[in-house]
Structure formats: structure tokens, C-alpha cells
Design a protein around this ligand. Structure first.
Ligand code: SAM
Ligand code: SF4
Ligand code: SF4
Length: 384
């Protein structure tokens, strides 16, 4: 079948909101949104499936054997992800985080990593290429990921006590296997490694000190994340949130901690450094306070869902269909349509230029009614 580039009038049938309106400037790496925030960080969900059933993310009662995950044809292909990434990088993205679901469940992920590792920013720099994983397959895959060009990993681990951790992952997965994954990542040089612990009050807050003792001075940065009201299925309640201030108070019962300045603009974690009895630094911890302390002011993150929808906020209830632009189908004469890179660049510039999301800031005021029939997007589908 012959192909033709779609005129903008045809494209509007596919994505009217993305392609209508005044012309936008060519990519300069300096794109900013309606609140003046640049686009620097793209999180790409490579699968909506997971082998864990963390109660705060994919509760078993909802994500059971009847749950319909996306069929393979709906997923963005590696070529589509790479093409979109190039466009995002032209607009200023410097960091790519692969996520999910569990990203290591996506077959041949190393091939995607190798494709992304070749991309350069407009100034010729390599991307900061990282991945968030539950660690279950990391021991097996660390070397292949490193060889493909992955730079570092973030591993999620919600406790050191097997009974507590198994209650959190809800599939009986043991702590030792995740620790082995972290060790394998370290051994092949996938660092600096971060470990994320979601703290649910009354469920795993007794693991704060054991986790801190375990990782202190190990070179791994442990980050405590407030349990968030993402999605519509986790039955979130404010009384199960352990505010970062309470986590910090718990840590200070045992450790001397001093505040550290942010390492980059838009950093989600507040950093604290451990000191030993002589005041010498002993590594750091992070506190991610998405519930009690909004950090929307310099949020430079976009999220691409497994099926190619762009979400400009973790708490959005609607994404923008970029896959529809990449696969526009055929015209009435059966001629295959294609979209040019310039048209894609234009659509993304339009989207980011109109972004005014600041959910966490508004949450406190309760000024966030959802339109009728709308649900917030689930975390496993757009990633963390
Ligand atoms: N499966 C991988 C993992 O668990 O690392 C990657 C995807 S997971 C959605 C990404 C991150 O989101 C994890 O660190 C997870 O703990 C975090 N997360 C999921 N649901 C959350 C919630 N309700 N509140 C806070 N963090 C959450
Ligand atoms: Fe799976 Fe990660 Fe969600 Fe847990 S947090 S259910 S490991 S996607
Ligand atoms: Fe960014 Fe939305 Fe989170 Fe605010 S609530 S920090 S805009 S993702």
C-alpha cells in the first residue's frame, strides 16, 4: 500500500485538540508549559502488567484473573517509543525512566534500551536512562540491562520483614530475592541505586528504621514515599498516609540527619544526609511528600502510557492519544497515512504549551471535582 503524509486537515480528524490552533515554534529544547515549566523528564510505561499485587497500586480484588490487560497490538512498539522519545528530546527532555506495571516483564526490553541509549540531546549529550522495577527479575536481567546501555535503576521495596513485605506485594514474594536483585544491579554498575519504600501507616511503618539501618552507608539511597491517592482502586484513606514529617521524626529517634540541597531542579525528593558520631557523612535518604507538600511548582515530568497516551500529570483523568497520530490508518482511497516528525513535534509542543496541571497543590483546597463518569488514571498504567 502506498503511503502519504497526512495533511493537517486529515490529522485533525484523528486528534482535533492536538493539531488545531496557531502555529507553534520549531523545537529548541526550551519548550515550557502554561505555568513556565520546562519539559525535562519523560516516564514511559512499557507494560500495564505486573507480577505483584501491591495493595496501594493493583489490589488483588480488582486486578484478578478476570481483569483485561491490554492486548499486545495495543502497546506502543519499540520503534514507536523511540520515535516519540526523539521528538520529546528535541523539545528538552533529558531523562527517560522506563516503568510500568513491571517493566522487566516486557519481552526484549534490552532491545528498547539499546535503541534509546543511542539518542542524543540537541547539545549532543546522552540521555539519563533509568528504570523503576519491583526487583523480582533484576538478579537475572541486570547484566543484560547494563550491556544494553541502561545507566541506573530504582528498586521498590516496602520492608525487610518477610511477613510485612509479603502483605504489601500480596503474591508471597520474599525480601531476599529483591535484595539479590539490588546486589546484582550494584555488581554490574547500574548505579547510583535508589530504593523506594511506600509507607502505609499501620501496615509497614514499623519497617522505616530497619530499612534505614540496612541501607545506611551502603551507597544505596533509600527514599520514603507518602502513600498517594492515585487511581480509583486502592481505597486510599488519609489516615493511612504517614506524612514525611512523621517519617523524619521516627528516623531522628536513632540517626543524626542534616538537610541537603536539591541536586537538580524539579527533584521530587527532599534530601537528608546521615552523619556519624564525628559528623562525617554516611550517605543520604530522600522523602517524597506528594500528599503533604506539593511539588507541582517545578514539575517537569510527562508520562507516556503503555498504549501511547500522554499524561501531563500523574493525577490526570485523561491522556492525549499519541498512538492515534503515529498510526492514523488509511484514507478513503485505501492509501496508508503517515505523520511527519514535524507534525509530531508540533502536536507535542501544543500539548505541553497548554499544560496547567498542579493537582497536588490543589488537592489541599479540595477544589478538584472530576467530571461526571471520569476516573483518575491508574498508576500501573502510566507508571510512577
Ligand atoms: N513495578 C515497578 C515498581 O514497583 O517499582 C514500577 C512501577 S510502580 C507503579 C512505580 C512506583 O510507584 C513504585 O515505586 C511504587 O511503589 C510507586 N507507587 C505505586 N502506587 C503508589 C501509591 N499509591 N502511592 C505512592 N507510590 C506508589
Ligand atoms: Fe506492580 Fe509496581 Fe504496582 Fe507494585 S507498585 S503492583 S510492583 S506496578
Ligand atoms: Fe506534577 Fe501533577 Fe504531581 Fe503536581 S500533581 S507534581 S503537576 S505530576
Amino acid at each position: 500500500m502506498a503511503e502519504r503524509v497526512i495533511p493537517i486537515t486529515d490529522l485533525r480528524q484523528h486528534a482535533p485538540s492536538l493539531l488545531a490552533g496557531a502555529a507553534v515554534p520549531a523545537p529548541s529544547g526550551l519548550l515550557s508549559d502554561a505555568l513556565g515549566r520546562p519539559l525535562r523528564d519523560l516516564r514511559i510505561s512499557v507494560t500495564d502488567r505486573c507480577n505483584f499485587r501491591c495493595s496501594y497500586c493493583m489490589p488483588k480484588q480488582v486486578f484478578d484473573k478476570h481483569y483485561e490487560f491490554l492486548p499486545h497490538a495495543e502497546l506502543l512498539s519499540f520503534e514507536e517509543i523511540t520515535r516519540l522519545t526523539r521528538v520529546f528530546v528535541a523539545h528538552g527532555v533529558q531523562k527517560i525512566r522506563l516503568t510500568g506495571g513491571e517493566p522487566l516483564l516486557r519481552r526484549h526490553l534490552e532491545a528498547l534500551i539499546a535503541m534509546l541509549a543511542e539518542i542524543r540531546t540537541p547539545t549532543g549529550a546522552a540521555l539519563d536512562l533509568t528504570l523503576t522495577t519491583n526487583g523480582s527479575l533484576l538478579a537475572r536481567k541486570a547484566q543484560a540491562l547494563k550491556d544494553a546501555g541502561l545507566q541506573r535503576v530504582t528498586v521498590s521495596l516496602d520492608g525487610l520483614d518477610d511477613a510485612v513485605f509479603k502483605r504489601m506485594n500480596d503474591v508471597d514474594f520474599p525480601v531476599a530475592d529483591v535484595l539479590a536483585g539490588i546486589e546484582a544491579a550494584r555488581a554490574v554498575g547500574l548505579g547510583p541505586i535508589k530504593v523506594n519504600m511506600v509507607v502505609k501507616r499501620g501496615t509497614n511503618d514499623d519497617q522505616i528504621l530497619p530499612m534505614a539501618r540496612h541501607f545506611r552507608g551502603s551507597g544505596v539511597t533509600l527514599r520514603f514515599i507518602e502513600y498517594m491517592d492515585v487511581g480509583a482502586t486502592n481505597g486510599w484513606r488519609m489516615d493511612e498516609v504517614m506524612p514525611s514529617a512523621a517519617v523524619l521524626a521516627r528516623l531522628r529517634e536513632e540517626f543524626v540527619l542534616t538537610p541537603l540541597s536539591p541536586s537538580v531542579t524539579g527533584e521530587t525528593a527532599e534530601r537528608w544526609g546521615y552523619a556519624d558520631e564525628n559528623g562525617q557523612p554516611q550517605g543520604e535518604i530522600g522523602l517524597i511528600s506528594s500528599v503533604t507538600q506539593a511539588f507541582c511548582g517545578d514539575c517537569n515530568r510527562a508520562r507516556l502510557s503503555t498504549e501511547g497516551k500522554l499524561y501531563t500529570c500523574l493525577f490526570a483523568h485523561r491522556g492525549h492519544d499519541l498512538r492515534g497520530l503515529l498510526r492514523p490508518g488509511a484514507d478513503s482511497a485505501g492509501q496508508a497515512l503517515t505523520i511527519s516528525d514535524e507534525q509530531l513535534q508540533d502536536a507535542i509542543a501544543r500539548l505541553w504549551g497548554g499544560r496547567a496541571d498542579r493537582y497536588s497543590q490543589l488537592r489541599a483546597t479540595n477544589a478538584l471535582p472530576l467530571p461526571d463518569g471520569e476516573r483518575r488514571v491508574e498508576m500501573h498504567y502510566i507508571g510512577g
